[in-house]
Design a protein around this ligand. Structure first.
Ligand SMILES: NC(=O)c1ccc[n+]([C@@H]2O[C@H](COP(=O)([O-])OP(=O)(O)OC[C@H]3O[C@@H](n4cnc5c(N)ncnc54)[C@H](OP(=O)(O)O)[C@@H]3O)[C@@H](O)[C@H]2O)c1
Length: 266
């Protein structure tokens, strides 16, 4: 049955966001898609409308542009789209050592994965408070629990830890007012992420038993968000790794991961 409300998904042109759009549409949610690649958003919105009979709108935006969160929120308001679910998913990594990364690239990275998430969340939390309900999915990472990588973008883990803490803060402050945040923390997932971030060779070196398919990750993430779970980690192995990261000394985690994680720690 089609619902009257919309799920807004950032980073919907590929990977996890693309699959989340299918999963929410399959449950009858209307969808607002956003990412930079307009051709992909147009194609996906048509597919969602035909395949699931829902409404699907899109707005092309670059989240490294500091005005983008407001533009996306304005688009929803001006089009009278009642957003019930916000999915902060867009992301990538920088495949360079910290000392080799230039400040502009770092600023853009922190804007896409950090500041834009804060601003979008703030805009929609205000609407959720007015309505008395709303759900937020933070697509974080298993890396948020692990010691920061030395070999793959050093700021990636820390910014994902920040995203988790933002989700926690939303739960602490707004659960009583009908708003939940779910920190979704995938491990290695087969998407365009590693190619887009210039680290496909490193992903290829990761043993296949450690990689999950994107459909199962998206399916579980949607269920967890609709149930209002605070944290969801896909799969037994990733749950076990998250547990180890929380209880084992960092140097041991680094030693084990240096063998398994294709260059995360060099
Ligand atoms: N794949 C994994 O192993 C893995 C593991 C843990 C966590 N994650 C997280 O999962 C999320 C989704 O990643 P994915 O694996 O699905 O990667 P992906 O297949 O590369 O998709 C990334 C999405 O983010 C969008 N995006 C990137 N930069 C953007 C920008 N400046 N402005 C707006 N949109 C932007 C891309 O769209 P456009 O290029 O069209 O803008 C694309 O839709 C990310 O937050 C990532 O950190 C991934």
């Amino acid at each position: 049955m089609t619902k009257n409300t919309y799920a807004l998904i950032t980073g919907a042109s590929a990977g996890i966001g693309f699959e989340l759009a299918h999963q929410f549409a399959a449950k009858g949610y209307n969808i607002v898609l956003t990412a930079r690649r307009e051709d992909r958003l147009l194609q996906l919105s048509n597919t969602l409308m035909q395949q699931y009979g829902v409404d699907a709108k899109f707005i092309s935006a670059d989240l490294s542009d500091t005005d983008a969160p407001k533009q996306i929120h304005d688009f929803c308001k001006n089009s009278n789209l009642d957003i019930e679910i916000l999915v902060n998913n867009a992301g990538y990594s920088i495949n360079k050592k910290f000392h080799d990364t230039n400040e502009d690239d770092e600023d853009k990275f922190l804007t896409v994965l950090g500041t834009s998430v804060v601003h979008l969340t703030k805009f929609f939390v205000r609407d959720f408070l007015a309505r008395g309900s709303g759900k937020i999915m933070m697509v974080s990472s298993l890396a948020s629990f692990a010691p920061p990588s030395s070999g793959w973008g050093m700021m990636y883990g820390p910014v994902k830890t920040f995203v988790n803490r933002l989700g926690d803060a939303i739960n602490i402050n707004y659960n009583s007012r009908g708003i939940t945040a779910t920190n979704v923390c995938p491990g290695f997932t087969i998407t365009e992420f590693h190619t887009a971030s210039g680290m496909q060779d490193k992903m290829d070196a990761v043993p296949s038993f450690m990689k999950k398919d994107v459909k199962s990750v998206a399916r579980g993430a949607v269920e967890a968000t609709l149930k209002g779970k605070q944290v969801w980690v896909p799969g037994f192995l990733n749950k076990f790794l998250a547990f180890l990261c929380n209880v084992m000394p960092a140097r041991l985690i680094i030693k084990i991961s240096a063998r398994l994680a294709g260059g995360r720690y060099e």
